[in-house]
Design a protein around this ligand. Structure first.
Ligand code: NAP
Length: 247
């Protein structure tokens, strides 16, 4: 069939998405940064269920590593037709007056520059104008782009605001090139990410304030991503799907 690249495919939402896309017939390129064991486990799970996948290490904030990631994909027999820009980071909760330039830049280079670089390389390969067969991109933003995450991580929320704008601009730029670009905005999803923010139990704490009274599961986000990538969403581009239990 074709290759789907899932950045940050080794854990959380990326992992669930990689597994679902493999079930749908894609060969999945499972990108990861540090945790080779976790990425290897995802690949092994997919292969055990009869699917196809391979792991590729790359820090998406580093231009050379992104180029190497896509070169590795070029070596595979199938074309790249799907990109899930999912890898993202945040740091411990704090107020804006305590943010350092170093932290802000780290968040922006991964969550924004990394998404831009992966879009750039994917568009080069997918675009009809460049000889590609078209494709679809899903950017994983966050409900934080709407709420701003006050008192927690405004830097992270702002990075997701940039992802929303990237989605709008790129979707229009490549609409006539055979490439659809859409965005999902998860709310509070049960993954390891909240531990990075210093509060592993964050989803349970906020659940009573979520209209649906619960956090979400990574698989619930993965299904939305898979639909946006699929032919069932063939007339959908520049759209945003909020997966936040009504929040
Ligand atoms: P997670 O469990 O913390 O997993 C993060 C993944 O990203 C890991 O696979 C990690 O790889 C990878 N990664 C981090 N930095 C990277 C880099 N520089 N280069 C390549 N890979 C990198 O995160 P998650 O909760 O599943 O979040 C996935 C996406 O959903 C993020 O964009 C996040 O902002 C968004 N989101 C999450 C929630 C939520 O409640 N969880 C809500 C809204 C939006 P290693 O393990 O190898 O480091």
């Amino acid at each position: 069939m074709a290759i789907a690249l899932v950045t940050g495919g080794s854990r959380g939402i990326g992992r669930a998405t990689a597994q679902l896309l493999a079930q749908e017939g894609y060969t999945v390129a499972v990108n990861y940064h540090h945790n080779a064991q976790a990425a290897g486990d995802v690949v092994a799970d997919i292969v055990a269920q009869g699917g196809k996948a391979f792991a590729v290490q790359a820090d998406i904030s580093d231009e050379k590593q992104v180029e190497a990631l896509f070169s590795r994909i070029d070596q595979a027999a199938e074309p790249l037709t799907a990109l899930v820009n999912n890898a993202g980071i945040l740091f411990p909760q704090c107020r804006l007056e305590n943010l350092s330039a170093e932290r802000i830049n780290q968040v922006l280079t991964t969550n924004v520059t990394g998404y831009f670089l992966c879009c750039r390389e994917a568009v080069k390969r997918m675009s009809h104008q460049g000889g590609g067969q078209g494709g679809a991109i899903v950017n994983v933003s966050s409900a934080a782009s709407r709420t701003g995450s006050p008192g927690e991580y405004v830097d992270y929320a702002a990075s997701k605001g940039a992802v929303d704008t990237l989605t709008t601009g790129l979707s229009l730029e490549v609409a006539a090139c055979g490439i659809r670009v859409n965005c999902v905005r998860p709310g509070f999803i049960y993954t390891d990410m909240h531990a990075s923010g210093g509060e592993p139990g964050r989803v349970d704490r906020v659940s009573p304030a979520i209209p649906m009274q619960r956090g979400g599961q990574p698989e619930e986000v993965a299904h939305a991503i898979a639909w946006l990538l699929s032919e069932k969403a063939s007339y959908v581009t520049g759209s945003f799907l909020d997966l936040a239990g009504g929040r």
